[in-house]
Ligand binder design. Structure first.
Ligand code: HBI
Ligand code: FE
Length: 293
C-alpha cells in the first residue's frame, strides 16, 4: 500500500521532521482559523462530547496552527500521547510503530485556501483537529495504542488490508450511539464540513452496528463519502473488541480480502440503523455533485 513511499532527505529514520512552527506564514495560520471556524459552526450537537472536550482541553481554537510541543505537553499529561511531525503519509510499519509507542504522526503542512474541502494526503488540520482531540480520552487513547501494536503483529500476515479497514471504519469514519442520538468521532468526518452533515443526516449511506469481522471484510471508499458508516456503543466496546480478539484466526479466514462491497447490507446479520438509499453514490458521488455543494 504505502510501502513505496520515498523518505525526504530532511526526515529522520522514523520519518519525523521538525514542525518548524515559527516558519508558518500568516496565510497558513489563517487557513487553520478558517477551517476551525467552519467546523465549529456545524460540530456542536454532531460531534461526540469526547471530541469537543478534547478540542477544549488542548485549546486548539486559540488561533493559528497549534505548536506540537505545546499540545504534546498537555496531551502527555492527560493520556501519555505526543504529536510528532511527519512530511505526509509514512510507511505502514513506521505508522504502526509510532502509534504503538503513543506518538501520533501528524502532517506538518496545511492545505491551500483553494482546496479547503478535499485533499488526498493528511495535512495538519486533518491530523491535529481531526485525530488529536480523541487522544485526550483514556479509552480511545488505549485503543489507538492497541491498534498500533496489532498493526506491528499483522505485518507478518497478508492481513494489512483487513486491519486498515478497521482503522478506516472506526478512527477515520466512526459514529457512536449516545443518549442524545448519533454522534461523530471519526477524524475523517469531523475534519470535513460536507461529510459531517452527510454522515449523520443524509439518506444515502447505510448506518450499521459495529461488528469487528464485518468491518474488517468490508471494502471502503478512499476518495469520496463513505457508503456505510459503522456505529459503536462505547469506546470500551472498540477497545475490548481489539484486545480480546485473537486476530490470527481472523486473518486466516479473511485472507487479505474483502467479501463485502462498500454499499452492502447483510440480511439477518447486520444491525441496520439506516438502510441507505445510496442516492449520492448512484448519482456519481463527489465529482458529479461538485457543483451542487
Ligand atoms: N501515514 N501519516 C500517515 N497517516 C496515516 O493515517 C497513515 C500513514 N501511513 C499508513 C497508514 N495510515 C495506513 O496504512 C494505516 O491506516 C493502516
Ligand atoms: Fe486520518
Amino acid at each position: 500500500m504505502s510501502n513505496q513511499l520515498h523518505k525526504p532527505a530532511h526526515a529522520r529514520a522514523d520519518w519525523t521532521i521538525d514542525q518548524g512552527w515559527e516558519k508558518y506564514t500568516a496565510e497558513e495560520h489563517a487557513v487553520w482559523d478558517l477551517l476551525y471556524k467552519r467546523q465549529m459552526e456545524i460540530l456542536p450537537g454532531r460531534a461526540a462530547d469526547e471530541f469537543m472536550h478534547g478540542l477544549k482541553a488542548l485549546d486548539l481554537g486559540k488561533g493559528g496552527i497549534p505548536n506540537f510541543e505545546i499540545i504534546s505537553d498537555e496531551l502527555e499529561a492527560l493520556t501519555g500521547w505526543r504529536v510528532v511531525a511527519v512530511p505526509g503519509l509514512v510507511p505502514d510499519e513506521v505508522f504502526f510503530d509510532h502509534l504503538a509507542n503513543r506518538r501520533f504522526p501528524a502532517g506538518q503542512f496545511i492545505r491551500k485556501r483553494n482546496e479547503l474541502d478535499y485533499l488526498q494526503e493528511p495535512d495538519v488540520f486533518h491530523d491535529v483537529f481531526g485525530h488529536v482531540p480523541m487522544l485526550t480520552n483514556p479509552v480511545f487513547a488505549d485503543y489507538m495504542e492497541a491498534y498500533g501494536k496489532g498493526g506491528l503483529r499483522s505485518l507478518n500476515f497478508a492481513a494489512l488490508k483487513n486491519l486498515a479497514a478497521l482503522y478506516w471504519y472506526t478512527v477515520e469514519f466512526g459514529l457512536i450511539q449516545t443518549d442524545d442520538g448519533l454522534r461523530i468521532y471519526g477524524a475523517g468526518i469531523v475534519s470535513s464540513k460536507t461529510e459531517s452533515i452527510f454522515a449523520l443526516e443524509d439518506a444515502s449511506p447505510n448506518r450499521i452496528g459495529f461488528d469487528l469481522e464485518r468491518l474488517m471484510t468490508t471494502d471502503y471508499r478512499i476518495d469520496d463519502f463513505q457508503q456505510t458508516y459503522f456505529i459503536i456503543e462505547s469506546y470500551d466496546q472498540l477497545f475490548r473488541a481489539t484486545v480480546d480478539t485473537d486476530f490470527a484466526p481472523l486473518y486466516e479466514r479473511m485472507q487479505g480480502k474483502f467479501s463485502k462491497a462498500p454499499e452492502d447490507v447483510i440480511k439477518r446479520e447486520d444491525t441496520v440503523i439506516t438502510h441507505g438509499t445510496q442516492a449520492y453514490a448512484k448519482s456519481g458521488g463527489r465529482l458529479a455533485n461538485a457543483d451542487a455543494k
